[in-house]
Design a protein. Structure first.
Ligand code: FAD
Ligand code: NAP
Length: 882
């Protein structure tokens, strides 16, 4: 990016144009760090700030009680150890004045104010395709012509209008928390109303109640809150910084939330009631959002049942503080999962409602009808007040961006028309069609779901580093491609499916602003994974960006940066990081020992009604183990005979335990997982003959096993899917037993060819490799045997088979043969449904409670089994858990 001198062409008077390399809108955490880095990199940059000084959030939000809710050990700049040494925070959660002083200190230390035009609002921004520059109009002073335009305008900087009739007619004082008067407000002796009980309201209410003659709180939705326990910075949180600052900050950057704390690994169902209470009390005593959100149990954040246990503890805390049971109940959140709305830290909030001078109006029961000259009129009463405080929040994430109107990019397209159905970005940092526009903490970045100090530094570093790279390579423009942006939106949706944020009406989803497009806006996949993705984009030659330069110079490496489901990506990345030897190099015994060891590290399966073990006679009369999973619901239940995976070499009746439990719970059926003899000790046809023998035995003993009379179902994964498919053919050809349906999950169906594209595309890197499959095949049977339908069911006769549900995974060598089998069965007249799982790999569905994005696929499997069995009997899981 060529460097231009800073010039201010003021010949047009107030309409003159100032020319710089880069314009930075906003002078909060983000704008300040940007100006520092840009200056260091030798760019000319102009900051433009609507406020009269630096600080952003901390300049505007001066309401009583305003503090940070991420501990000051973490909510600080980390880019300069000397800065860290030069500033000492006085408290665990600093007050607004202290944070504002800190940002002023940073501005002074790096002499940043001289590059900022204060009291200057950017009003519109237009990309000029001929000059390849942005032109920004401003509320004061000259317009700005710049090569790059960076919106560091804040996610929570645009207060939303109160949307209540009659505000203008009110004759008393009106305050908005996000625009608090600099001189402060004295409420002594006054009757005050506060509308809103988000973080701002919860901080301000106790402080206002200390002064006011009477305070009435108007609450629409109660929030989860728990004590901040503010005071000096806890020694155990300061110690790691003192010991090794660099290591601590590095961990923060790779963590999920931007605060490097360990997360709970045990699931709620593995803990006793006492242990769960102990953990809750410990988290309550810690007074820390990140602790409460991540250290109770592993399923608290993504699973409704685990979450409900956490929520109930928090509700108990409210009841323990608020004396009047009706008030306590009104303050108790019941309409959203804990954490789906940002929880609040409180200092005397609940206790304030024990004061005789404080009242609560529940707007769910009596909505506000209007604000009158003297107060607030609800459906049931009128409350006369001297002052109204609006703690009603912000038009979050997109509000400040769209308030610059219009922002027009290539072809005159405006960003608000592009975003009419919700914001679209690539990485939350750029927008296709808007060259050289960057958003800091934009929608689609982790931003507000993290410690924002860490996210802001990462976003700024990534942007400035790219500008430096572009300049070095002689490029002048950078623009996201439509493909990359669409892929990023898909990845965001995949991440969102894992979190409970989608289940609440909040500012994260746009639900707090009437008429705003709805959808979870921040990136829910975590700070560390996001950072890795941003770095991958660079490592892959600026994947998804089009770069342009003088003389038509262009570079475009188009594509999507994340095609795997987010949790599948993390698991595969973790496995790759372990540098394990290939399983096929271990020998059969070594591979079995490895898998057994590997399985001990997976999350324990969830409880079912009963688990029974037994044996049945195999095809050669020798005993084969089975394990039965019975639902907790009253029987008799339909029976599913299940065949485990493991390439005919590995595994046993218990090795797919979590998957079998999940199938049992979701389908409401008995699952009998049966063993079969393994290669190389017992090569083909031992496995399919045992599979068939097991089916016959279960059919004969269905009543004794507690099963429902009538047809069985069969299911299997991988090589087990192969046995299940073959068993269906054998049962048809050998006169029974009757099978009502077959569930084939990533099945092996054809050993006669390895030429299908999925074998090449997914040859390595997705756990089940081509090399491993070849090893399995060689141990299992000779090439000459592979045309036998008991080896390759795709080579068999398919008419007359039971209805099938065939699941395949996009990143699986076996994908295409699974699809081929489904299509061939359908062509032969078999009723077939397919689930082609996007972004999944061979083990996605069996890694229960690890690959949570596979939950909906498993729910489809259970529905299919219920359809096959002709039962409406649902599993024990509430549907909403999806
Ligand atoms: P901001 O600080 O919002 O700064 C953006 C600036 O851009 C503003 O000063 C605004 O005036 C200016 N601006 C916007 N549009 C224009 C325009 N068109 N022209 C000119 N100027 C413009 N996050 C945490 O991680 N931890 C916390 O504890 C925490 N506490 C918070 C408490 C409150 C009360 C609020 C509201 C937010 C809190 N946040 C917290 C989020 C907080 O917003 C960020 O941590 C951080 O301060 C954001 O910095 P920023 O520079 O990105 O944006
Ligand atoms: P908020 O969380 O959006 O809360 C706004 C409150 O006003 C909600 O209770 C909302 O009810 C209510 N409300 C909005 N419009 C209303 C209307 N027309 N009538 C009645 N009630 C109405 O906003 P916030 O409290 O300012 O906090 C926003 C975010 O800023 C926080 O989530 C947090 O990230 C950050 N913040 C942090 C701190 C901190 O502790 N460090 C402090 C303040 C803010 P509904 O819920 O029903 O919409």
């Amino acid at each position: 990016m060529p460097q231009t001198a800073r010039t201010s062409d003021t010949t047009g008077g107030s309409h003159g144009v100032q020319h710089v390399d880069i314009a930075v809108v906003g002078a909060g955490f983000a704008g300040l760090y940007l100006l520092h880095r840009l200056r260091q990199a030798g760019f000319t940059a102009q900051g433009l700030e609507a406020g009269d000084d630096v600080g952003g959030t901390w300049y505007w939000n001066r309401y009583p009680g305003a503090r940070c809710d991420i501990q000051t050990t973490d909510y600080s700049f980390t880019f300069d150890p000397a800065l860290e040494a030069a500033w000492q925070w006085s408290e665990k959660y600093a007050t607004q004045p202290e944070i504002l002083r800190y940002l002023g200190f940073v501005a002074d230390r790096y002499d940043l104010r001289r590059d900022i035009r204060f009291g200057t609002r950017v009003t519109s921004a237009r990309w000029n395709e001929a000059t390849e520059r942005w032109l920004l109009t401003t509320s004061a002073g000259p317009s700005v012509s710049c090569r790059c335009y960076v919106m560091a305008s804040g996610c929570l900087s645009e207060p939303k209008p109160p949307e209540i009739d009659g505000v203008a007619s009110f004759e008393g004082e009106v305050y908005v928390t996000g625009r608090w008067p600099h001189e402060g407000v004295d409420f002594t002796g006054k009757r005050v109303a506060v509308i809103g009980t988000g973080s701002s309201g919860i901080q301000a209410i106790p402080r206002i109640a200390e002064q006011a003659a009477h305070l009435t709180v108007f609450q629409r939705t109660p929030n989860f809150a728990f004590p901040a326990h503010n005071g000096p910075r806890p020694a155990h949180r300061v110690a790691p910084l003192v010991q090794d600052l660099a290591a601590y900050r590095a961990q923060a950057r790779q963590s999920l939330s931007g605060v490097p704390l360990p997360r709970a690994t045990e699931f709620s169902w593995q803990l006793s009631d006492d242990e769960r209470r102990r953990r809750f009390e410990e988290a309550l005593a810690a007074g820390d959002l990140v602790v409460m959100l991540s250290q109770l149990w592993a399923d608290q954040g993504g699973d409704l049942e685990g979450n409900a246990l956490a929520a109930e503890h928090l509700r108990g805390y409210i009841r323990s503080v608020v004396k009047d049971p009706a008030t306590a109940e009104a303050l108790t959140p019941r309409d959203h999962p804990f954490g789906s709305k940002r929880p609040c830290l409180e200092t005397n909030y609940y206790a304030t409602f024990n004061k005789p001078t404080v009242g609560l109006v529940n707007l769910r029961q009596e909505p506000i009808e209007a604000i009158t000259a003297r107060g607030i009129k609800t459906a049931r009463r009128t409350v006369d007040v001297d002052a109204i405080v609006f703690a009603t929040g912000f038009d979050a994430m997109t509000g400040a961006i769209l308030a610059v109107h219009p922002i027009t990019g290539r072809g005159g397209q405006s960003i608000d028309s592009l975003w009419a159905q919700g914001p679209q970005t690539y990485l939350g940092l750029t927008v296709a069609g808007f060259p050289n526009l960057f958003l800091i903490t934009g929608p689609g970045s982790p931003s507000v779901l993290s410690n924002m100090a860490v996210s802001i530094e990462q976003h700024v570093d990534w942007v400035v580093d790219r500008l430096i790279d572009l300049r070095a390579a002689g490029f002048t423009t950078i623009e996201a491609t439509a493909t990359a942006q669409a892929g990023w939106q898909r990845h965001l949706a995949d991440c969102t499916a894992l979190s409970l944020h989608r289940l609440a009406n909040t500012w994260y989803t746009g639900a707090n602003v009437p008429g705003k497009a709805q959808g979870v806006m921040p990136y829910t996949g975590g700070v560390g994974p996001y950072r890795t993705i941003c770095d991958d984009v660079v490592a892959q030659g600026m994947l998804g960006f089009r770069l342009g330069g003088p003389g038509g110079k262009t570079q475009c490496n188009d594509g999507e940066i994340v095609r795997l489901q987010p949790d599948a990506r993390l698991v595969l990345g973790m496995m790759a990081g372990m540098n394990l030897p290939p399983i096929e190099s271990m020998g059969a015994a070594g591979a079995r020992a490895f898998v057994a060891q590997f399985n001990t590290t997976r999350p324990a399966g969830r409880p079912v009604g009963e688990v029974l073990d037994g044996t049945l006679p195999g095809a050669d009369g020798a005993p084969l183990a089975w394990r039965l999973y019975r639902p907790a619901t009253p029987g008799p239940h339909p029976i599913v005979v299940y065949y485990h995976g493991g390439g005919w070499v590995l595994g046993d009746a218990a090795s797919d335990d979590p998957f079998c439990r999940d199938l049992c719970r979701r389908s409401g059926m008995i699952v009998v997982s049966v063993d079969y003899r393994h290669a190389p000790e017992h090569r083909f046809p031992a496995a399919p003959e045992d599979g068939y023998a097991a089916l016959c035995w279960v059919a004969e003993h269905a009543g004794q096993l507690g099963g429902r009379a009538g047809p069985l179902l069969v299911a299997g994964w991988s090589a087990g899917g192969n046995i299940a498919a073959v068993t269906c053919q054998l049962a048809r050809d050998r006169g029974g037993p009757v099978i009502a349906g077959q569930l084939l999950v990533c099945p092996v169906t054809d050993g006669t060819t390895f030429d299908r594209p999925s074998y090449t595309e997914n040859a390595t890197g997705y756990f089940l490799t081509r090399g491993l499959m070849h090893w399995f095949w060689d141990l299992y049977c000779s090439p000459a045997e592979r045309g036998d339908p008991r080896v390759s069911p795709l080579q068999g006769r398919l008419a007359g088979l039971p209805p099938a549900f065939v699941v395949t995974a996009e990143f699986d060598p076996l994908r295409d043969e699974g699809i081929a089998y489904a299509e061939a069965m359908a062509a032969a007249g078999v009723p077939v449904e397919q689930l082609q799982a996007r972004g999944h790999f061979h083990s996605s569905f069996t890694m229960v409670d690890v690959i949570a994005t596979a939950v909906s696929g498993r729910e489809h499997m259970a529905e299919a089994l219920r359809r096959f069995a002709g039962t409406d009997e649902a599993g024990v899981l509430p549907k909403a858990a999806e």
